[in-house]
Design a protein around this ligand. Sequence first.
Ligand code: HEC
Ligand code: HEC
Length: 295
Amino acid sequence: MNKRKIALAIFLGLAGLILFWLFAPPSVSSANQVSTSPAAIARGEYLVIAGGCISCHRGQTEETTETLSGGLALETDFGTFYAPNITPDSDNGIGDWEAEDFLSALKHGRTPSGSFYFPAFPYRAYAGMTDEDVLDMAAYLMSLEPISYSAPDPEVPGWLFRWTVAGWNKLADISQPDLEQFDDELLARGAYLARNLGHCGECHTPRNGLGIPDFNREYAGAEIGDEVIEAISAAALEEWTTNNFDIFLLLGLKPEGEFVGGDMNEVIEHNTSKLTDEDRDALAAFFTRHHSEED
Ligand code: HEC
Ligand code: HEC
């Protein structure tokens, strides 16, 4: 082999490795099955509430507004994305999905055919969910009445292809700092509800120019379009007691006596107000933990 051939072989080898690194299918166990047990379905229903799925996936007509038939338009700096139908309709929904499809989608942002979801679907927050929780959500979704409706395709600029998300995912992985972890059971549950299921950071954590959340400034507030979203970091919530936060999560009422507005109403209505008291306490404890640390 002459030098040029060796250089070419090395180049192709490296390019192959990089492509594999970017596009390799996620490693997801194929041993699971979506359960049909009433216990899994009931657990899944609660998790779908805690996950705020209905805020985005609810149907857009009067008859479908209580269902997950999709169609809501999400306007972002990168285009308009439509939440798809996630009822078990075989033609337009997830009727043919297996357990591993749910794990790949919710934890890795990958479609059943190996393509990439756009991060308007907050799969990076859901990535931290346990497999058991994802599979119970799947059990619940598969138990629903199928609805025949197909959401529009995303409207994105011509350069934004699904495969470009491969690079975005890797950049987001690389820039992700280690977040503070908690030994205390209540705080650990609160962190799981806030960071993963409730995906509070999707709106409240600032993003860089590529739309990657900056978790070094977790909950430091953000701007989405012309909407300003308040900080809910420890510093910002200095005046809030745990009890204040509990009442807020239940009613949307702030300590100064005002009701919250905007998209936060949806979060309160469909998600936090329907949590168990224990889970609401856990969220409140997580967000106001600096009080107890100071005492
Ligand atoms: C912030 C809005 C938002 C929330 C919250 C959300 N999703 Fe989605 N979801 C989307 C969007 C947008 C897509 C489509 C992304 C795309 O087109 O690439 C999607 C895609 C999906 C898909 C893929 C469907 C298909 O046909 O390929 C599944 C399954 C799904 N979501 C389930 C869930 C579940 C379960 C939850 C709650 C735990 C949830 N989503 C919460 C916006 C959301
Ligand atoms: C879809 C985006 C979105 C998500 C997800 C979201 N929020 Fe919000 N939040 C907002 C917006 C927008 C406001 C400001 C509303 C207003 O203008 O009154 C807000 C306001 C708040 C406030 C009031 C802050 C203040 O000082 O007035 C708190 C507290 C809060 N959110 C907590 C949470 C928690 C906890 C979660 C996760 C369970 C969460 N948010 C998830 C959009 C979101």
